[in-house]
Ligand binder design. Structure first.
Ligand code: BES
Ligand code: MN
Ligand code: MN
Length: 456
């Protein structure tokens, strides 16, 4: 048993107790009524970071939710690891489907269940505890800085400005983040790509008021019918996206790269069973892992209008709305895709309704460099604690700030995530397996060790 393991096992109950406190704060970034809870969560982090042994931890106000910044500098001549995480969470809706209050964390079957358990409070907190382990055992080999934002789930609107204004403060050699998943504990893996995003909102307007669907039905364009038709037309019979120009900048993978993906452990039967679906769906010519990893998508996230209350009410609605996200892959550019999407809807819009399209937020796709000292250190760290070489996976998710870390700070990011795909992130009953949590705390110090050895 290493000193790190000893320290972890002696303190594991306290670690869990602290994580529970963090998860009890409803830091929902898209809810304007939660500003106080966002501040409270940032405050709690400062307290936990100082207890863990940071030299300093401060709340930095931005034009929206605050950023938490902390550091422990042991010697300015040594390398610096900048850890990234986020303390904001998605709304817990639909709350009815949770087995208990999403902000009253409970340990069930060795998993902590609460909103944010895996995405990203539980994973981000592993880094605070790993710093504590190294600080208390006198084994921190280099400098550590940490930035925890409160806007990841809403597209990080104020973070680029923060990065631009704090280049000196954030000076480091590598960014390390745990906000992604592994295939499984048996098949540890590192995600080396993130998809980009263009998030859109459509508003269709028809008649100047809701109408009786008998008196006017059949003679006036129904905005919901029209919206559904326009949305449906965006995929063809091969589930290919029809927006002109959409695929122009998509880089196709080589045979060899696709072969590597095909070798990854993946059981389609299990996948379907776990999701309660009878068949998978997707773009013709691509496997499930390719569809989520290397191909772009277009999905309606929500659609509303007209009457949605109980029972029946006959109405021809005056308006219809939808929120649509497009996941992007290299080299698609979010703004360009947003423009193509807008142009397509304007061109398709039938007479009798008008369309208004807004680009809510976006982010560029990312491929991380596996040749960096940081990536190599992560591979070695995982080998040290899992006794297995990590596999390389293309993630389906997005973390828009990662591309900007490279553009603004010139830094590569290592995505050393310890979540699992079935953590129910953004879904009811989000969980984080405690074995994953403790394994993360155990693995992170190895990253520092190998990264420092390689750099100095
Ligand atoms: N941690 C996730 C992203 C993620 C999930 C990466 C799973 C890899 C595997 C992150 O918090 C997230 O949810 N991002 C949003 C970004 C969006 C709001 C711009 C997403 O992917 O929907
Ligand atoms: Mn996240
Ligand atoms: Mn998320």
């Amino acid at each position: 048993m290493t000193r790190w393991n000893e320290y972890i096992s002696e303190n594991k109950d306290r670690f869990l107790e602290e994580l529970t406190q963090l998860l009890s704060i409803p830091s929902i970034s898209n809810d304007e009524g939660r500003k106080a809870q966002m501040q409270a969560c940032a405050g709690k982090l400062i307290e936990l970071m100082m207890q863990a042994g940071f030299d300093a931890a401060i709340i930095e106000e931005t034009s929206h939710h605050p950023v938490v910044f902390g550091k422990k500098i042991i010697n300015p001549d040594l390398p610096t690891v900048l850890v990234y995480g986020h303390y904001d969470v998605q709304p817990p809706d639909p709350v009815d489907l949770w087995h208990h209050d999403p902000f009253d964390p409970q340990v069930v079957d060795g998993r902590i269940v609460a909103r944010g358990a895996s995405d990203d409070k539980g994973q981000m907190f592993m880094h605070i505890k790993a710093l504590e382990v190294m600080a208390r055992t006198g084994t921190l080999p280099c400098n550590m800085k940490m930035i925890i934002e409160g806007e990841e789930e809403i597209g990080s609107p104020s973070l680029p400005e923060y990065l631009n204004n704090h280049k000196e403060l954030l000076k480091a050699d590598i960014i390390l983040a745990s906000d992604t998943a592994m295939i499984s504990m048996e098949h540890p893996s590192i995600e080396t790509a993130l998809r980009g995003m263009a998030y859109m909102e459509i508003a269709l307007a028809g008649p100047n008021r809701d109408l009786h669907s008998g008196v006017y039905g059949g003679a006036v364009a129904n905005p919901i019918n029209m919206l559904c038709k326009m949305i449906a037309s965006m995929h063809d019979e091969n589930n290919h996206i029809t927006i002109p120009g959409f695929y122009d900048k998509v880089i196709e993978l080589s045979k060899q790269q696709r072969h590597e993906i095909a070798k990854l452990p993946f059981d389609e039967m299990e996948y379907k069973e776990e999701l309660g679906i009878k068949a998978v769906w997707g773009e013709k010519g691509y496997t499930t892992l390719e569809r989520t990893g290397i191909r772009p998508t277009l999905d309606v996230n929500g659609i509303w209008g007209g009457y949605t209350g109980e029972g029946a009410k006959t109405v021809l609605p005056s308006k219809a709305f939808a929120k649509v996200s497009m996941r992007l892959v290299p080299d698609q550019q979010p703004e360009e895709i947003a423009d193509l999407f807008k142009a397509y809807l304007q061109q398709q819009c039938p007479p009798g309704v008008t369309v208004d399209v807004k680009y809510l937020h976006g982010g560029k796709p990312v491929i991380t460099d596996t040749k960096t000292a940081g990536y190599q250190a992560a591979v070695k760290a995982i080998k040290a604690t899992f006794s297995k070489e990590p596999l390389q996976v293309y993630s389906g998710g997005s973390i828009p700030i990662v591309a900007l870390f490279k553009e603004i700070l010139g830094l590569d990011t290592v995505l050393m995530g310890f979540g699992l795909d079935n953590d129910n992130i953004h879904s009811p009953n989000e969980k984080f397996d405690l074995v994953n949590f403790y394994k993360g705390v155990e693995t992170i110090p190895f990253f520092y060790k190998y990264f420092t050895e390689k750099r100095s």
